[in-house]
Structure formats: structure tokens, C-alpha cells
Write a protein that binds this ligand. Structure first.
Ligand SMILES: [Zn+2]
Length: 309
């Protein structure tokens, strides 16, 4: 049975950084955002974190052979149809209240289970890390019978998240042809509430969920990683964290299938808090997001009033 560490949270909350650091730990293999593997990798043959095209990456080729007897045997249209039928934010209440999973939920989850099991086998790591983030997918995976699912719920200050969503980021894996999605602060504030609430609901359904605040994690990544490894059931030796330096991490090549451009970083990854929103997010928008997200910001321990710097 594959042990899966699912990184959840609204995009731009720091999940990629947490994933890259977890991927350096012994016994853990970081897969990137598996939710995008079907379209971006199997279909579009985008680049793996190692720099190779998906079809040219030895790691993923072996995973595909083990999971499906080759990626060519995956019916991507079927995966997408199942996704549309079961993996939507609006389906979460149904997923969370159901007494049993529908055949479609089970079938959709099985595609992921097979990837996880094969990746664990090929990498020799007992724990695989999926940073797909989507709360609806986490609720689907709750019904996968053959995985040990544990969720790390990454929360970042809604105003920092909102500011990040207003910025333009290109996607290097498409050779500059495509940019990442952008949201207005009002829109991302609503998404922030919905996605974070969904992970609270998942925890109440009995899934082991460990919530971390991104800002707190960055303030002491060593302590944060020790706690997360413990949550995953992995025991670390002190030297396992030698890749962490005072202000950066030294990363090796990884095989993240999809996600934030940080998945391509090899070598020095700065570990500094990005508080640019405190200067750059206009005060009207800061107040809007603070009002919309107020109750949950407070519940997570964030200050509501933040002075501009
Ligand atoms: Zn690769």
C-alpha cells in the first residue's frame, strides 16, 4: 500500500517550496502536481522537473510501464471525464457526506493509486508526495482504498496569496508560450476561504491532516521538516537536513511532473519570506481580502490589520 503525502491548499500558498524540501528527505519521493500529469505530460509531453520531456524521462517512463504497461494505455479522455464528474469544488459536500464512494469516484481515484504505487516502487521510497493542492482531489483520494493518505494543509496569509495571484508568471515548461492563471484579489479571497475550509472538513472526516502556516514554516524550515517527517512516519538523522543552510537550501534534481516553475530549480533555493504584498498590494484590496477572509485568518492566527510598509 503506497503511503501518500498530499500537499493541499490554494495555489500560491507555498506548496511547491514545501514539496521541494520534502523531496530532499530520505524515504520521500516528490512527484509534483499529479493532477496535471494526464494532460500536460501524457498528452502535451511538457518538461519534467529534471529538464527532460516527460516521454524522455527515465523515471516517469518506468512509472508508466509499471502502472499502466506504458502511458499510451491511459485513456486520458476517460480520466478527464471522470475528473469533470467527481473532482469539482462544488462536489466536496457530496464527497464529504457520502456513506460510500460512487463507482466513478473509485475509478478516478484508482488512476492516482496506480501512479503512487508505481512511483514508490520505482523510486524505492515508501512515501510519495503529491502536491496537487486541489481540495476536491483530496476528498476523492479519501475513497481510494489502497493508499495510506495523509494531508499537509499549507496555509499562507490570504493577502500574500491574493497579491501573488495578481502577478504574471510565465510557464517555462511550455517554452514561454503560456502564462500561469491570474485572479483578482476578490476572487482569490473567495477561493482561499473555500479551499481552506475544505481541508478542515477533510480532517473532520477522519483523514490525518496536518496544517502548517507557510510563514511559520519558512521561519524555521528545519523544525518544520522534522515535524512533517514525523507526521509522515519517517525518522530523520541530523545529517539528512544538511541540505538546509542558514538562508537557502541546496536542491538536487527532482522529477516533478507538473506545477510551479520552482520545480526546475537545482542547487540554491533561497528560503526567505516574500512579504512584498505588504508594500505592493493596494490598501483597498488588502482591506477587501482581510474582510472576506477575516474569520479564517483569525482562526489560523493571522493579524487582521497589517500596516503598509
Ligand atoms: Zn524526470
Amino acid at each position: 500500500m503506497a503511503q501518500v503525502l498530499f500537499l493541499g491548499g490554494l495555489g500560491r500558498s507555498g506548496t511547491t517550496l514545501v514539496e521541494r524540501l520534502l523531496g530532499e528527505l530520505p524515504g520521500m519521493c516528490a512527484l509534483g502536481e499529479v493532477v496535471h500529469l494526464w494532460q500536460r505530460d501524457i498528452r502535451d509531453d511538457e518538461r519534467c522537473g529534471c529538464g527532460a520531456r516527460f516521454s524522455g524521462c527515465t523515471f516517469w517512463r518506468r512509472v508508466g510501464e509499471m502502472a499502466f504497461n506504458g502511458w499510451a494505455n491511459v485513456d486520458v479522455d476517460r480520466v478527464h471525464a471522470l475528473r469533470d464528474a467527481v473532482e469539482r469544488t462544488r462536489h466536496i459536500p457530496r464527497l464529504a457526506s457520502a456513506a460510500a464512494a460512487s463507482d466513478e469516484v473509485r475509478e478516478y481515484a484508482s488512476y492516482y493509486s496506480r501512479v503512487y504505487a508505481a512511483a514508490a516502487e520505482v523510486s524505492g521510497s515508501p512515501v510519495v508526495v503529491d502536491s496537487s493542492k486541489h481540495s476536491a482531489l483530496a476528498h476523492v483520494l479519501r475513497w481510494a482504498g489502497d493508499i495510506d493518505l495523509r494531508v499537509i494543509h499549507v496555509v499562507r496569509d490570504a493577502r500574500g496569496v491574493a497579491y501573488s495571484w495578481t502577478k504574471t508568471v510565465s510557464r517555462p515548461e511550455t517554452d514561454g508560450a503560456d502564462e500561469m492563471t491570474r485572479y483578482s484579489p476578490g476572487r482569490s479571497a473567495l477561493l482561499w476561504n473555500a479551499h481552506n475550509a475544505a481541508f478542515g472538513l477533510l480532517a473532520r472526516r477522519g483523514v490525518p491532516v496536518r496544517r502548517i502556516r507557510y510563514e511559520e514554516f519558512l521561519a524555521d524550515p528545519r523544525a518544520g521538516l522534522i515535524r512533517l517527517a514525523d507526521f509522515a512516519g519517517v525518522t530523520l538523522r541530523p545529517e539528512d537536513l544538511d541540505f538546509l543552510r542558514s538562508d537557502h537550501a541546496d536542491l538536487r534534481v527532482g522529477h516533478s511532473a507538473a506545477g510551479n516553475p520552482m520545480r526546475f530549480t537545482v542547487g540554491r533555493l533561497p528560503l526567505s519570506r516574500d512579504d512584498a504584498w505588504k508594500r505592493a498590494l493596494p490598501s483597498a484590496q488588502r482591506r477587501l481580502v482581510g474582510a472576506v477572509c477575516g474569520p479564517m485568518l483569525r482562526a489560523y492566527g493571522y493579524p487582521i490589520n497589517v500596516e503598509a510598509r
